[in-house]
Ligand binder design. Structure first.
Ligand code: KG4
Ligand code: ZN
Length: 342
């Protein structure tokens, strides 16, 4: 089965053709990052307009690269939640209309389910059940994946997502946008022990965590230094911040591995591209004797291939979009977005 998938939930307009949920026939990503960098972050209306301009071109490129015509496609999928709503609506509405015009099924996909499914494209042997750490710009969750469309949230952030914390820290340090890769690079040149930054603990919830205190600590550190006229070692602040994020996520993941007695540990989302997190995850998997599934950095960030992978399993579960299918700014990973009201 060939699925044409569209992704437009943030600042990447992407289209891909995926065979049977596992094989990438094409994967086109058109990033608006340079435009948003001028503003220091994603400007929602500019993102929506950018998707509007790019979506046809990107879809045609995906079909061309897959050596397919529209008639060779068996279904059309699109991210329908969560994300910047104006941005999500462009890809979702385009996908739905394309499916209608081709008289083919439309498959709405939850973006975070898609991030997890990126792993199916790289690891043919990976099947649920498994434990996942999802760390993206909008989400930081520990998820037990019981089946391809059966998810249980077992922990997560109480406030900021990991990627959000990276982006805010980068802004405070003047490191640029998008923040994650900039902090990752800057941290290589710093000493993580030079500055002490706090770690969060959520009382009576050992698998939950928080990043807002860490973010505030970085802001205070930089502002205090500025007020005293002191030079701040930006690379060492970046290194200390990155180490604090890794030391927040990885031990909780370790605890979740023991609690769930899982053999398979999956990581997904933009922050999974972080070099220091990847090293720590490899160490954790070796210590806990479990197999680590970690997509290559190019498939950690937003793309449509992952949407096409998850769409195959949503299709198999009978989760098809109806004529009134809507898109949503927020939706839990546990929700079936085909049945969501409104
Ligand atoms: O999954 P994603 O591409 O989009 C969302 O669904 O949010 O994640 C984007 C986030 C951004 O916050 C970005 O700064 C972060 O992932 N990110 C990284 C790295 N590459 C991207 N964070 C840390 N280190 C990286 N190398
Ligand atoms: Zn994403």
């Amino acid at each position: 089965m060939r699925i044409l998938a569209i992704e437009s939930s943030c600042d990447e307009t992407a289209a891909a053709v995926i065979k049977d949920g596992r094989q990438i026939l094409s994967n086109i990503i058109d990033s608006q990052a340079e435009t948003h960098a001028l503003y220091g972050g994603v400007v929602p209306e500019i993102a929506s307009r950018g998707h509007m301009q790019a979506v046809v071109r990107v879809t045609e490129a995906a079909l061309r690269e897959a050596e397919c015509t529209r008639n060779d496609i068996d279904a059309v999928a699109a991210t329908c939640a969560p994300g910047l709503i104006g941005a999500v609506l462009v890809g979702a509405n385009f996908g739905k209309a394309l499916a209608l015009s081709l008289n083919k099924p439309f498959i709405p996909v939850h973006h975070i389910r898609g991030h997890i499914a990126a792993n199916y494209l790289i690891y043919p042997e990976l099947e649920p059940p498994f434990l996942t750490l999802v760390a993206s710009g909008g989400h930081s969750l520990l998820v037990m994946v019981h089946g391809y469309t059966d998810f249980e949230i077992i922990g997560g952030t109480r406030d900021d997502a990991a990627g959000e914390a990276f982006d805010k820290t980068a802004r405070v340090l003047g490191a640029g946008y998008p923040g994650g890769p900039k902090i990752d690079a800057l941290a290589q040149k710093g000493d993580p022990k030079k500055y002490r930054l706090p770690q969060s603990h959520v009382k009576d919830a050992p698998l939950d965590f928080s990043f807002s205190g860490l973010k505030t600590a970085v802001i205070n550190l930089v502002h205090n230094a500025e007020q005293k006229g002191e030079e701040i070692d930006r690379a060492s602040v970046a290194a200390a911040f990155q180490a604090a994020v890794v030391e927040t996520l990885v031990p909780r993941l370790g605890l979740a591995v023991r609690q769930t007695a899982t053999d398979n540990l999956v990581c997904a989302g933009g922050v999974a591209a972080n070099s220091s997190l990847r090293t720590a995850l490899e160490r954790l998997a070796a210590e806990q004797h479990c197999k680590l599934f970690l997509p290559p950095p190019a498939l950690c960030g937003d793309n449509a291939a992952m949407i096409g992978a998850q769409a195959f399993y949503e299709f198999q579960a009978g989760h098809l979009g109806h004529s009134g299918q809507n898109a949503y700014a927020t939706a839990e990973i546990t929700e079936n977005i085909c049945q969501k009201n409104g």
